[in-house]
Design a protein around this ligand. Sequence first.
Ligand code: PHE
Length: 332
Amino acid sequence: MIENLRQVAVLAKARLAEAADLETLAKLDVEFLGKKSAVAIAKRQIAALPAEQRRDAGLEINATRAEITKALGAARHRLEQTVYQKQLEDERLDLSEYRHKRRPGSLHLVTQARDRLEDVFVGMGFTVAEGPEVESAWYNFEALNIPEWHPARGSFDTIFVELGEPEEVMLRSHTSPVQIRTMENQQPPIYIVAPGRTFRTDTADATHLPAFNQIEGLVVDRNITMGDLAGTMDEFVRTFFGSEVKSRFRPSYFPFTEPSAEFDISRPDGTWLELGGCGMVHPNVLSNCGIDPERWQGFAFGFGIDRLAVLRHELDDIRELVNNDVRFLRQF
Ligand code: PHE
């Protein structure tokens, strides 16, 4: 009997190891541990054995049962893992396919231009500064050497906010107030660019928007000259557009720079696009911010970012930038 149980155990383990699915396993469970199994029969026969053999037979039956039970458990675990793996495979969703079917969004043209401008100037050693879009007359005008009586105030087509004294609070008409805010808070040397939204009473047309974007530049250091301004502009144009775009200065006037210039760049058709103004920071502006003009000099510039985007993508009309037509925006 003991010999027989040994063989049954070996056989059971071999068949369990081969079982290919859970159904087969259930049948093997009945065959080797069920009521008609060799183990069950042997157990029933124990009573008929001589008393001195019962103990060994009992031990052997229990050992065989335990061995088969263990093998059964291992086989079940193996098969359940397989089923689980198969289920995982079957239920797998390829989400990347879904993602590719949908069109990913992209940054707006003006944001792209602004990011690139920041990159170019940061690459030249500038840091990025910011200021509020609603300003007081001090920052938008007075500190910039444009007192109340100054005729230049009119040329900024300012949008005023009904707050405080009349014409005291306004949407900033240029990014130049950030020059003042920076110099108030920081001693030279200063090398900053300040991109941001600006507002004027302009009616939208092919080349104007009432809400537009500028990038202001300000350098204050020792022995800064007009040559530094020209070199910086030159380097900027080359990095931003490549060497085929030319630039030029035209003498101009701004109350906050002296001398002042208008800065133009060449279009592919050979005409010139006015990008913005620049010049040497007026001594009054430095003094207004507590910086001694005898010891420090600076230059500043302010360019239209939207116009740069228009030029770069050869758009016919600057209003395309704000029409919010996705068919247009998706091209970029
Ligand atoms: N703030 C001026 C404008 O918007 C441009 C400018 C900036 C000119 C800095 C000189 C220096 O027209």
